[in-house]
Ligand binder design. Structure first.
Ligand code: MSP
Length: 661
């Protein structure tokens, strides 16, 4: 029987020699999904690659004194190495400079032109070179690019346009008829309210001011707009419009495109409209994941806070980094990466819980039975809860994985790990071993521990493939008992299983020492806290910068704390306060039905658009005050990070007005 297929993609990356841990987030998540589906028996196509055309690359190559192709070849090799290091199991890696892709892009453009979906006109407007994005005057924020906040340039040139505007109604209907098309839900509102409802304009899809791109087939002084070139990769890599591959029929439409939140717009508006214009089926789902920030700030080279995934993998193991990325942050929301969080999670979850369970289990089996359990064992009613929990775990994990809730999926499995550690304390093998008549019982306890580990290791395999294989080797579980399906059955290991001692999987890390060492790996500008903007001091967290522990004299009672009315609210609108460098004025939906206005001194660290749509915590019973003549009815919670303020954001799923205690 033919296997069911599953097609998953990541965005194709701009060739940057500086991929940071945030970039690897999406690729690791997609890899985990691909491995999970493979384990379930799917025929998986997992595509990633690089997006190599455009003015920015042309300029960088010029600066480096090489041709654009020479430039990208070198950088792309580095990206491929990084994915290899991170154990990314992609099936296909596409480069937009691959001949077959370029051939398909030329055909796609021509087909759209022949169908009158593309027409020739004159482009007048603004262009952001780093983002390769055209903007209208009204879309700019403070005259700058609404995506990256950088300067835009005037652009006027003969160009081809894609009739995007005519797809507005079909796109709205698409979101309405297919609520699962774009997730998480909050991204749909963003697309509808910020882009479609204000009016979609036809999209400029060719440029003549540079040459590093796919030439338009019938008018070669034009090159195809990079996003048309890039988005097409999802079908050209399957062989659409070329003879290099023949997988289009088999895998298209894609099951899911994973993309970062800032490129959801391209994937949920331009891409479906292009496919509609080509009369091709649409992908089944776009999932717009959140961003990892670093100590509350955007990761970027100019801020000197780029965290190198290769260094982290070398220091803590690839599996630990993969685990951290998916266990620490909910996939749909932004997360704040800190080295401290990473090390603490490795110590608690991996060293204390999982690693400890493996070594306790193997050590006891060796100590009490020389590694081979006796087949005669005595079960006990107290085993039932553990067995029950382990037996239903697979279903729970699957439900979370299908919803791309990696964090919850892992948490479910780690609950079994904790429960098994507790089971050891409850059954106290070190006491059982003293009584010869309890040997059978002791063996059953150890057997249950091994079975829990077998199940947990199967379910964690997509996240930590190498470590889980090693766990299975140590607990004596052969491959044929470690297929995905067998995670749903307790009691498969032979009763007289043989265990083997192995290396300590997750050694504990000395937090303070590590933090100091990691800091020495940050680019030097980062250490000197070179600000990206005049008022934005970017500093990596330093241990000494932490607040001293408060003295007893300043302790408060729970009743004192209860006086503070903390509520979850969404930022509806946000703007700078005139003549102030420091203040932002926010309108909040705090669930009361009346917008609440708050003025906050965070303008040095946040742009208004960084906050709109975000959920924050507001002190709702603070005496109103006027700041620069503006009424402020409350205050946002923010953490001090060095000299910067880092606003506390909360999960999209928490309703406005929820009390925070
Ligand atoms: N080339 C385009 C994508 C074209 S897809 C047809 C692009 N490339 S990128 O290299 O800038 O970004 C690749 C992915 O990395 C994007 O999904 C982006 O959201 C993601 N990330 C970049 N920085 C990130 C974080 N700090 N955190 C999480 N993801 C981030 O966009």
């Amino acid at each position: 029987m033919e296997k069911p297929t599953y097609y998953i993609t990541t965005p194709i990356y701009y060739p940057s020699s500086n991929l940071h841990i945030g970039h690897s987030y999406c690729t690791v998540a997609a890899d985990v999904m691909a491995r999970y589906k493979r384990l379930q028996g799917y025929d998986v196509m997992f595509l990633t690659g690089t997006d190599e055309h455009g003015q920015k690359i042309e300029e960088k190559a010029k600066e480096a004194g090489v041709t654009p192709k020479q430039y990208v070849d070198k950088v792309v090799a580095g990206i491929q190495e990084l994915w290899q290091l991170m154990n990314i199991s992609e099936h296909r890696f596409i480069r937009t400079t691959d001949d077959y892709h370029e051939e398909s892009v030329r055909k796609i453009f021509k087909k759209l032109y022949d169908k009158d979906e593309i027409y020739k006109g004159t482009y007048k407007g603004k262009y952001c070179t780093p983002c390769e994005s055209f903007w209208t005057e009204t879309q700019l924020v403070d005259g700058k690019c609404p995506d990256c906040g950088r300067e835009v340039t005037d652009a006027e040139e003969e160009a081809y346009f894609f009739r995007l505007s005519k797809y507005a109604d079909r796109l709205l209907k698409l979101y309405e008829d297919n609520p699962g098309f774009l997730e998480p839900k909050s991204r749909v509102n963003e697309m509808v309210n910020n882009f479609i409802k204000p009016g979609l304009e036809d999209l400029c899809v060719s440029r003549t001011s540079f040459t590093w791109g796919v030439p338009v087939d019938f008018d070669p002084k034009h090159v195809v707009y990079v996003w048309v070139d890039a988005l097409s990769n999802y079908i050209t890599a399957l062989g659409y419009g070329n003879e290099r591959y023949h997988d289009y029929e088999k895998y298209w439409p894609a099951d899911v495109h994973f993309v970062g939140k800032e490129i959801v717009r391209f994937h949920s508006i331009i891409w479906p409209a292009m496919l509609m214009a080509l009369d091709l089926p649409l992908p089944k789902k776009i999932y717009g994941h959140g961003w990892l920030n670093f100590n509350g700030e955007k990761m970027s080279k100019s801020r000197g806070n780029v965290v190198d995934p290769a260094i982290l993998c070398q220091r803590y193991s690839v599996d630990a980094v993969r685990y951290f990325l998916l266990r620490e942050f909910p996939f749909g929301s932004d997360g704040n990466f800190t080295n401290e969080l990473l090390i603490n999670l490795i110590n608690t979850d991996l060293a204390n819980d999982l690693g400890n369970l493996v070594s306790r289990t193997v050590t006891m089996a060796l100590k009490y039975f020389d590694g081979k359990l006796p087949a005669e064992q005595t079960t006990d009613p107290m085993d039932v809860e553990l067995i029950q929990m382990a037996s239903v775990l697979k279903h729970k994990v699957e439900a979370q994985m299908e919803a791309f809730q990696f964090q919850n999926a892992i948490t479910e499995t780690m609950k079994l790990v904790s429960r098994t550690n507790k089971y050891i304390d409850e059954t106290a093998p070190w006491i059982l071993c003293k009584d010869e008549s309890k040997k059978g019982r002791l063996a059953a306890v150890l057997y249950n521990m091994l079975e829990s580990l077998r199940i947990a290791s199967i379910l964690l395999t997509p996240v930590m493939p190498d470590s889980c294989l090693e766990i299975q080797r140590q607990i004596g579980a052969p491959d044929e008992l470690c297929t995905w399906g067998q995670a749903g059955r307790f009691g498969l290991l032979p009763r007289d299983v043989q265990v083997t001692r192995g290396p300590n999987l997750f050694p504990r890390i000395n937090l303070e020492k590590e933090l100091a060492e990691l800091e020495s790996h940050l680019p030097s500008e980062g250490k000197k806290a070179e600000p990206a903007q005049p008022q934005s001091p970017a500093k990596p967290a330093k241990k000494e910068e932490k607040e001293p522990v408060e003295g007893v004299a300043s302790l408060i009672t729970i009743d004192d704390f209860a006086k503070v009315n903390l509520r979850v609210a969404t930022v509806l609108e946000c703007e700078r306060v005139e003549k102030s460098d420091k203040l932002l004025k926010l309108q909040l939906d705090d669930g009361s039905g009346t917008p609440r206005q708050v003025v906050s001194g965070i303008a040095a660290w946040y742009r208004p658009e960084d906050l709109i749509g975000k959920k924050i915590i507001v002190v709702a019973n603070l005496k109103p005050a006027k700041l620069r003549g503006q009424l402020s009815q409350g205050m946002l919670l923010a953490a001090d990070v060095g000299e910067a303020a880092s606003v506390i954001f909360v999960n999209d799923g928490i309703p406005n007005g929820s009390k925070v205690r």
